[in-house]
Design a protein around this ligand. Sequence first.
Ligand code: NAP
Length: 254
Amino acid sequence: MILDSFRLDGRVALVTGGNRGLGQMCALALAEAGADIAVLGRTEPAETASLIKALGRRVAEVPCDLALADPAQLADAVATVAAQLGRIDILVNNAGIIRRAPAAEVTPTDWDEVMTVNLDAVFHLSQAAGRRMLAQGGGRIINVASMLSFQGGLRVPAYTAAKHAVLGLTRALANEWAGSGVNVNAIAPGYMATDNTAPLREDPIRAASILERIPAGRWGAPEDVMGAVVFLASDAARYVHGAVLPVDGGWLAR
Ligand code: NAP
């Protein structure tokens, strides 16, 4: 039955930044669909872990600061997941940061940190997990892109550069690995109500102009990404490679 192809029983998923926001909902969605979950991040994901356990799934917590970890440490983190949960079938590169400043005022430190977390870590984790997926004959990598994978945005140049690159990387890896059963795709959330966008929602002028442009007439909720991540992680998406799935209330269609 088609709905059975969405189930993830027996799979192991690694979600970065799964302690809050969109990553928490990705982790819970994959767990609800049947997967065991490793949550990688710099903050203990206590709430996420207890919710996953309540669903009857196994959970591994992988402490890692993506701004500080070098490629070898990221490979070690992936190895830890395989050691604790037995394998790795799904990687969700969700963790991300944003630094808002006019381009003329962006500091080298902020530029580097955004690129390190939002792009470099995505590649190094994908490479480490991808090697295992290639060896086992299949897997799924889901990158969290953005509207700013397509548009320039306002006063977030490093974020925009990194998210454009995440889309390019998604396609590059998909091209290489599609023939080996490893599906690499991206989700592009629109304007979602998380900590990432709190400053926008607190600015009445920006908040109103963003809301006015969203065809769905509301900001996205973190739960809105749950269906997309399960689909892309599942056998239902077995012939989907290098795609970017907007979850944006119609923002890109406008
Ligand atoms: P969020 O609520 O701010 O959560 C960000 C997550 O990334 C947190 O779990 C955070 O962990 C983690 N993270 C940040 N820096 C890290 C580091 N150095 N090492 C490890 N983990 C780190 O943001 P969100 O809205 O859920 O964003 C999740 C993803 O969606 C990001 O890639 C973001 O760019 C993307 N996105 C968001 C929106 C939106 O409207 N919200 C739209 C498009 C794309 P800590 O709790 O330890 O900080």
